[in-house]
Write a protein that binds this ligand. Structure first.
Ligand SMILES: Cc1cc2nc3c(=O)[nH]c(=O)nc-3n(C[C@H](O)[C@H](O)[C@H](O)COP(=O)(O)O)c2cc1C
Length: 185
């Protein structure tokens, strides 16, 4: 396992994306907290082979490389826009391709965005069980942000930033680095 890499996976289908920005924001702060680096990928980054892939071997080498980064990461940050009350279908498709044991014990921060507050429990009722299947170590604090928490695609809500900070601190503690990271910037 790379001690320093934080990988973000965002299930957005279009750009610009609030979800991608949100995942990048969290992953960047975890990386800062553990003196590491971060890389965030979305569905577009998975390339043309991804949607039709039925197994890992069907993926382009560059997409296989993303899967390898995921397996090697010290911390994962996963996020999806809410589509019809759940994560996007292609977000699930990505995780369907992974070996069931590939995320065992992996520290994972769960995040989602949505148009409003109605589906905010997507993080607990959809994302957490998926990563429970993988026996990943999901952080207790999961974060949901709605459209009104962003301005021009940037996260502006102080409450959501504070909740993100809580999740970042949890992840830093799990990898053995007490977090003093401030998300004010
Ligand atoms: C097909 C579709 C279905 C959606 N379904 C929901 C939904 O069930 N609940 C919700 O709160 N927002 C829903 N939304 C709104 C998006 O989740 C929201 O705008 C999200 O933040 C967009 O993220 P993005 O900027 O990363 O694409 C839906 C949007 C689309 C396009």
């Amino acid at each position: 396992m790379s001690a320093k890499l934080v990988v973000g996976i965002s299930g957005n289908l279009t750009r610009p994306s609030k979800t991608r920005a949100f995942v990048e924001h969290i992953a960047g702060h975890v990386a800062k907290g553990i003196s590491g680096s971060s890389a965030t990928y979305d569905i577009e980054d998975l390339g043309p082979s991804f949607a039709s892939a039925r197994r890992l071997g069907d993926l382009d080498p560059s997409t296989r490389n993303i899967v390898e980064q995921l397996s090697d990461a010290a911390v994962l940050v996963v996020g999806s826009p809410t589509f019809k009350g759940s994560y996007t279908g292609l977000f699930k498709h990505f995780f369907d391709l992974l070996d069931p044991s590939s995320l065992k014990g992996k520290p994972v921060i769960l995040a989602a965005t949505g148009g409003g507050e109605r589906h905010s429990l997507i993080v607990e009722h959809q994302l957490r069980p998926l990563f429970g299947f993988f026996e990943a170590l999901t952080m207790p604090t999961a974060i949901y942000a709605s459209d009104r928490d962003f301005a021009n695609g940037v996260l502006v809500s102080e409450a959501i930033r504070a909740r993100s900070q809580q999740a970042v601190a949890e992840a830093c503690r799990v990898v053995g680095v007490p977090s003093k990271v401030s998300l004010a910037a």
